[in-house]
Design a binder for this molecule. Sequence first.
Ligand code: HEC
Length: 256
Amino acid sequence: MNKNMNEQHCGHFLLYPMGLRLLYTSTLIVLGVGYLFAMIYIFTSHAGRDGDPALSVDDLIIAYSGSSGGTVLESAINGPMARMLSEEQGEDILSWIHQGADEAGYEKVVAPIFEKRCVSCHGGRNPHIPDLRGYSSVMETVSMDEGMDIFTLIRVSHIHLFGLTFIFFVVSYIFVHAYMRPLWLKRTLIVVPFLSILLDIASWYLTKAYSGFAWMVMFSGLLMGLSFAIQWVVSIYQMWFYKLPDELVENGGKVC
Ligand code: HEC
């Protein structure tokens, strides 16, 4: 390899002009804030789906592959709306759903119950809760909860693949100038973020197909966050609070 090229990429941060260190630091700070917002977004859009406010594997299962509890109406009757009707009425409605939710059954069994028990609140006056008058409005709550659809996944995948690769390239490029031993650990830390992007995207599709993979969404997200955090902290620390160790002074500050 060209000797100058090697030296240029191997020097520790502290050998760099102040301007370059300021550029690296400013970039890291803004990307770090960006990462925090990304985590807040993930939390607010996924946490609590399973009824527990913490972010859990179950939330991810519901987000990507849908609720195993079935339809929205079913979850409501088993959950928050259970007190609104007798157990027997609840069972009648559930068996109507399970037998295919046809219109004849609706008129005969379901409509009279809804009329008595539900329409006082679900009569279309409050736009934030489903209107339960009429077969077609009720059917909107009988659709299967299937989680994120495939087109949304594809759209988010390409945004993530391009966007995150760009971000990790910048952060890893800066981190290359840090001093870390053993060398294999440093090299691993440089590669892991990129692997975790691929793992993360793959895990969404796998979770959609088979909900058992939700742990992989969680794991790849943690791996990504952890490698970002380590690279960030080590780089900032070594740029501003570090004294070159003796062995580094002796070899002229080469970190590779
Ligand atoms: C006292 C008023 C009231 C009655 C009676 C009532 N509901 Fe509700 N329902 C609400 C409110 C408020 C919400 C929205 C908040 C929530 O999800 O807890 C809601 C939400 C729902 C939802 C949507 C849940 C979701 O996840 O989006 C369904 C479905 C539902 N109710 C079905 C029923 C059925 C079926 C009955 C009759 C057996 C019924 N409700 C009776 C007030 C009522």
